[in-house]
Design a binder for this molecule. Structure first.
Ligand code: CA
Length: 227
């Protein structure tokens, strides 16, 4: 038996936290609960986790701030739980470095599916090592290191997955729907503006500083990485 995967639940509402850990343990995961942001940070830093479920509304420091701070030391996949449905809130959540977010109330099956997608993606990138090259851009899928013209580029987990998807389809246009499906792993109908947000992050790191864009917009269709 492989070692069970470990999930940290950062959630102040005890009923929800207990429900989540019960369901997760039923699926074979090991879990721990942090009841506020500070405890969440302490546990995130002090132990190794395969994934973190992070509530956005927490006493002490907010889930977004916790996420930002975790990103200072870890690329662990983070799913944000949020009661808020507005686009600015979602963008802010993604901006703080979360890989995904699930609005409350959520269906447990959907949350479990999203957890599996993130865990599977992490495993896949750990086992299939290769270096993808696009023009002067190099993407190491084992170490998840990216460099362009010899300069290291630091990407979040999701940005890396997006870039890897473009690189594996270089010189082919991908539609927003294809990108959603391949990078986010499930059908995110009507949410494709998330793709645009992430493409912007990616460009700011891998194109803008170099003045020679590789990632191009195909108006009305999607995006293409050319090289
Ligand atoms: Ca809460």
């Amino acid at each position: 038996m492989p070692h069970p995967q470990r999930i940290l639940v950062v959630e102040d509402e005890q009923d929800i936290a207990e429900f989540l850990t019960l369901e997760l343990e039923h699926e074979g995961y090991e879990t721990a609960i942090a009841a506020d942001g500070y405890e969440g940070l302490r546990l995130a830093e002090g132990d190794s986790w395969d994934l973190i479920l992070l509530d956005i509304m927490l006493p002490g420091i907010s889930g977004m701030e916790v996420c930002r701070r975790i990103r200072g030391f870890s690329d662990v996949p983070i799913i944000m739980l949020t009661a808020r449905q507005s686009v600015p809130e979602r963008v802010a959540g993604l901006d703080s470095g979360a890989d995904d977010y699930v609005p409350k109330p959520f269906a447990i099956e959907e949350l479990l599916a999203r957890i599996r997608v993130l865990l599977r993606r992490n495993q896949r990138t750990q086992t299939q090592a290769e270096v993808l090259a696009v023009a002067d851009l190099k993407i190491n899928t084992a170490t998840r290191e990216v460099e362009r013209a010899g300069h290291a580029i630091t990407l979040t987990a999701r940005e890396f997955d997006l870039l890897e998807t473009f690189a594996r389809n270089k010189n082919h246009v991908l539609t927003r729907e294809q990108i959603m499906e391949r990078v986010w792993g499930y059908d995110f109908v009507g949410e494709t503006n998330v793709v645009d947000v992430y493409v912007r992050y990616l460009r700011n790191k891998m194109d803008v500083p170099f003045g020679d864009p590789l990632l191009h917009t195909v108006r009305g269709v999607g995006y293409i990485l050319k090289g």
